[in-house]
Write a protein that binds this ligand. Structure first.
Ligand code: 523
Length: 138
């Protein structure tokens, strides 16, 4: 008989917003939050009853003040990482089109970064393996 996992798996959706120069948006987690000071691909938890894409569209409005059409979200690659209290499963979507001005509403910093420079920024351990995929793509 297989043993049940001691920690829950949490589904978080994240996005690589890509600008016309091929730079990717990362956002710094503010003081008081878990992983404060780390530069993440923006996103958040999928709430009960939400589809992942709906959750991401909601998070992008709340966190960055932008509107994204679901047709502009392309699932790209998953992160799967064991944090201490939970296992994070996180699809990273690609998005090249949105409306509105990207604004830090919940983060304390934003940066548009070439994939080759992403490793200069401290990122949550779940996000780090995604850098190589973006470097290959862009
Ligand atoms: N990550 C993560 N990388 C990443 C995101 C968006 C989130 O490792 N790109 C982690 C950070 C948190 C967890 O996933 O541990 C949930 O993310 P989020 O942004 O919803 O976290 P909090 O701190 O806002 O959580 P609540 O306040 O509980 O909603």
């Amino acid at each position: 008989m297989s043993e049940a996992s001691a920690v829950p798996t949490v589904l978080v959706v994240a996005v690589a917003l890509i600008d016309p120069d091929g730079r990717v948006l990362i956002a710094r987690r503010p003081e008081g939050k878990q992983l404060a000071g780390m530069w993440e691909f923006p996103g958040g938890k999928v709430e009960p009853g939400e589809r992942p894409e709906q959750a991401l569209i909601r998070e992008l409005k709340e966190e960055l003040g932008i509107d994204v059409n679901e047709a502009c979200l392309a699932p790209f690659v998953f992160a799967s990482h064991a944090y201490e209290n939970f296992h994070l499963l996180m699809p990273l979507y690609l998005c090249r089109r949105w409306s509105g001005v990207v604004t830090a509403k919940e983060h304390d910093g934003l940066a548009w970064v070439k994939p080759s420079k992403l490793s200069d920024y401290p990122m949550p351990p779940a996000d780090e393996p995604l850098i190589a995929w973006l470097r290959d793509l862009l």
